[in-house]
Design a protein around this ligand. Structure first.
Ligand SMILES: [Zn+2]
Length: 202
């Protein structure tokens, strides 16, 4: 049987993030294995989740995007689905985001996205596949999309009574940055033009 086709950033059942042991000190969180730790840090020193496995099995639509591929697409502004350069026109870059609540009437200005941008072809073909987008999505043209932070697991400082937060947004300028194991790069979208809303895919 042919392998099903799935968007680049979609994780597969054959993949997971490694539950590598971590140590938390006053200076931050680190993998217990120094080699793993060195591999998992980006140039800014942010610690990233370690990915295991290969893209086999079934695509996990609706799961959090694959950490390595999400970051690769987000940082290079590649289409989330096909990794071609994201579409640009005079109104900016094309982003397709889920309509999460009653925000249909908002201007979307300043919305944070962990979904990378898309090319025009994938902006049409991807939403019916994706549970995040299928029930309603918006197409935006965006002139500014600064990388502002990460989504990940935020570890409490030693001695803190705070619980571990498995799904924290941590801005790059936050004192919490050394305490997060990042899984998704987040951009803040500004200078937005709303292109279209769509909803109710079968
Ligand atoms: Zn594409």
């Amino acid at each position: 049987m042919d392998k099903p086709i799935a968007p680049y950033v979609t994780p597969w059942t054959g993949e997971s993030t490694a539950a590598a042991p971590v140590a938390v000190t006053a200076s931050g969180v680190a993998y217990a294995d120094p080699v793993q730790d060195a591999i998992a840090r980006d140039l800014d020193g942010t610690l990233w989740a370690l990915c295991e496995g290969t893209a086999i099995g079934k695509p996990q639509y609706g799961a959090e995007l694959h950490p390595e591929r999400q970051r690769a697409a987000m940082e290079a502004l590649l289409c989330a689905c096909c990794t071609q350069p994201a579409s640009r026109n005079e109104h900016g870059m094309l982003w397709v985001l889920p309509i999460l609540d009653e925000s249909v009437d908002t201007r979307w200005e300043g919305v944070r996205s962990a979904i990378p941008p898309m090319c025009e072809a994938c902006a049409l073909s991807a939403p019916p596949l994706c549970p995040w987008l299928r029930d309603g999505h918006v197409q935006l043209r965006v002139r500014e999309a600064e990388l502002i932070g990460v989504l990940g697991t935020l570890y409490p400082r030693p001695g803190s009574q705070e619980p571990l937060d498995p799904a924290a947004f941590v801005p790059h300028d936050s004192p919490n940055m050394p305490f997060v194991v990042a899984r998704q790069a987040v951009r803040e979208l500004r200078s937005i033009t709303v292109v279209t809303f769509a909803a109710d895919f079968p």
